[in-house]
Ligand binder design. Sequence first.
Ligand code: SDX
Length: 436
Amino acid sequence: MGEETLSVTDNRTGRSYEMPIKDGAVRAMDFRQIKVHDDDFGLKLYDPAFTNTASCRSEITYIDGDRGILRYRGYPIEQLAAQSTYLETAYLILFGELPTRAQFVEWEHDITIHTYIHENAKKFMDGFLYDAHPMGMLVSTVAALSTFYPQSKEIFDEEDRLLHMKRLIAKMPTMAAFAYRHSSGLPYAYPDNDLSYTGNLLNMLYKFSEAKYQPDPVLERALDVLFILHADHEQNCSTNAMRCVGSSHGDPYSTIAAACAALYGPLHGGANEAVLKMLTEIASIENVPKFVDRVKDGEDLLMGFGHRVYKNFDPRASVIKELAHQVFEVTGRNPLLDIALELERIALEDEYFIERKLYPNVDFYSGIIYQSMGFPVSMFPVLFAIPRTVGWIAQWQEMLLDEEQKIARPRQIYVGHDQRDYISWDRRESRQGAVA
Ligand code: SDX
């Protein structure tokens, strides 16, 4: 193989340029030297939605979309799902190594003692409409936490930063559960620090009059595996929001609210909610072919299918599909699974989906499991945001400590009007084609 350089010739001038290739990329700034006139700005790279732009160098998560590979800090997702727990995986994602037993005991203790939220937080929870969407409540509440912790603005104080990262991991389940209880018209159930991370979430969601809530161990473990699968996913839309908003050096609570808001969209973390709505509307296996035709006619999206990176099976979808059977042994089989399996069968055989490399993604089966576990559809994006919190803060911290990073400020290609003069009122009405 030749030199690790790119040779570029600008045919406008005949001039040639050499640029170094490093880690499969060239620096966009190396194109700025390519000009026709010395006072030109130089060439920009145009990449709407950053489909082929690396915004950072990261050591956290590796994805190979063609081979369906996902690794956190080098560990395959399949091994972590089978052998780890969410809190252990969160430690790995944040600190880069699996914890020793002593490190894990301290880590679990530190998370557990921060599960409560300030009592005042309930006051603005109570202010939401009775049927407010829990994700809208979560986005608002996590942003509001920044007002309880002004010290969190000290983002370059390592001790302070770690304390608030632990608080965010610890308090997201509590805020999520309080949002669920509010939108269900139920009294808040407080954290039970004797329980595991997911056991405590189930407790805050479903505890009623019993003295002590006992989570079902199968459901508690299933939720833990689902949280492992959702913990990070390199530079997805919400993580990009976390890094972009965080690059202005605000506090982590306000920043993570932006990431939550990005996750809320139906093309991203809101997809599992959209999948359930889609399966419910299809309603029976007999209606699947008609729906698939609608998708192929461009009238609908097959929610839970497709991915910007995976052009093969999303490895998380495979694990979740397996997990579904364990959950259904406890909860009973979800009839929507049959519709989902038929949709998958048809899609994987149909040229339209094959040529577009559309496979089930993480959201295709997760919603069916969440529904079977008793979660309302509106809680699904919230159940995505809880585990993704550690991914967001790990990526945020990596951005803050990366000496190459600074405030995110993309360029544009201006295609609007050239300079024009102000028009007085009387002359406007008489103009032809005035925009209404
Ligand atoms: C997540 O980025 C991440 O890592 C995200 C995530 C994470 O862990 O953070 O993995 C979580 O967000 C998973 C994705 C959940 N979203 C959905 O399931 C919504 C449905 N999927 C699509 O909206 C879509 O597949 C995206 C948004 C996921 C990816 O879109 P891209 O990469 O921009 O692909 P595209 O829109 O350019 O599609 C290419 C072609 C198009 O057809 P043509 O215009 O070429 O004819 O495929 C078609 C699209 O119309 N297509 C679909 C489709 N997804 C893409 N057609 C039908 N149904 C779909 N779901």
